[in-house]
Design a protein around this ligand. Structure first.
Ligand code: MG
Length: 375
């Protein structure tokens, strides 16, 4: 195991696990991780039991990332810890919730889910006697902080320095990052088809998926329905992962980094697809944006979710007495009050947010009716 830059609070080494395994285990035992089960990925959790949630998404990311890490011979435990933790800071209702909270928080420094993931593991989890948060290793925290504005980076010291110096994170962080994109591209096709919002013909507008369907049919004549969809998605996912591993191996051989510092100092990420596959990957993302995420039925729920989050924020700011006892410290100024309210809302699951909205405002929750057929 390579050397770590360590933890913010020194701890005695674990008896029979590596330090990186300890981090992965701490993420899994956190309450923020359990709450991912009831947080939206694309479809609001209660719309159907078969759709991905943030939890199953995180597990799929970890699985893809671990495969890539093993093939490249890097630290699997670190890769897995980053992958499992990467979405801990997500609000209820996916990107709609994050956009609404960010809007509400503009006068107080905004809200970024990446930065909030770090806040969860550094401060908000309260489980240990000796420290706030989970006291994770520098390398795990570096991987969790995928994006960061230059302004905020300056306040983050050693961890934020790479955004100011335009440096890369470790190979393990790069793997978790690409695995996130590979996982959601593919599982969103599956969920999009299941919802009825995407049709097979629509996804076949992408040449990679068209080819995957053709290969699946050639290998199993007569294959149709869900088994064809699953087979084609699996085939395409495999092609992206294989390309990523091959192209990254080639890049590692060419640049021959001798340490993680060489990886960090390299001008580009070394974990990446070949140019053609990167293009195919971006086209797939575009197709999903245009045909799924921006579909009016998904957007309608997103708008309801934004209203719900904004109304909760305003209500708690207007009357902190509505917050559960002990949430707000006495004498907090407006900026601190806003951060406490933001932390409280960001930590909510979809259904808890709806229940809170019902408690505060009475009546039916704002985001309720599923607009698409359940299958
Ligand atoms: Mg993700």
């Amino acid at each position: 195991m390579r050397q770590s830059r360590g933890r913010r609070v020194a701890e005695s080494p674990p008896a029979w696990r590596s330090e990186f395994q300890r981090d992965r285990d701490r993420v899994i035992h956190s309450s923020a991780f359990r709450r991912l089960e009831y947080k939206t990925q694309v479809f609001v959790n209660h719309e159907g039991d078969m759709f991905r949630t943030r939890l199953t998404h995180s597990l799929e990311v970890a699985q893809v990332a671990r495969t890539i890490a093993r093939a490249l011979g890097v630290n699997e435990d670190l890769t897995e810890a980053i992958a499992l933790a990467h979405d801990l800071g997500h609000t209820p209702f996916g990107h709609a919730g994050q956009a609404a909270l960010n809007h509400c928080m503009q006068p107080y420094g905004g809200f970024e889910h990446n930065l909030h993931s770090l806040r969860v593991v550094d401060e908000l989890e309260q489980r240990y006697a000796a420290f706030e948060g989970l006291n994770l290793l520098f390398e795990t925290r570096e991987g969790i902080l995928k994006h960061c504005s230059v302004l905020r980076a300056a306040a983050l010291g050693e961890l934020g320095a790479r955004f100011l110096l335009r440096r890369q994170p470790s190979l393990e962080a790069q793997i978790a990052n690409v695995a996130d994109e590979i996982a959601y591209n593919h599982h969103d096709i599956d969920d999009g088809l299941r919802s009825g919002i995407l049709a097979l013909e629509t996804v076949c507008e992408h040449d990679g998926f068209r080819e995957a369907v053709a290969v699946s049919r050639a290998n199993a004549p007569g294959l149709g329905g869900k088994r064809l969809t699953y087979t084609a998605i699996r085939h395409m996912l495999g092609a992206f992962v294989a390309d990523l591993i091959d192209a990254t191996r080639e890049r590692l051989a060419r640049h021959a980094p001798r340490s993680v510092e060489d990886v960090r100092a390299h001008p580009q990420a070394m974990v990446d697809f070949s140019p053609d596959m990167r293009e195919a990957h971006l086209r797939l993302k575009r197709l999903l944006y245009q045909r799924l995420y921006y579909d009016p039925s998904v957007q309608r729920i997103a708008e309801q979710a934004k209203t719900l989050v904004a109304e909760l924020f305003e209500a708690f700011m207007r009357d902190p007495g509505l917050l559960p006892d002990g949430t707000m410290s006495a004498g907090a100024d407006e900026a601190l009050r806003a951060r406490v309210v933001s932390d409280y809302i960001a930590g909510m699951t979809d259904r808890y947010a709806q229940a809170e909205h019902g408690r505060v405002f009475g009546g039916a929750p704002a985001a309720s009716a599923p607009p698409w057929p359940k299958t």
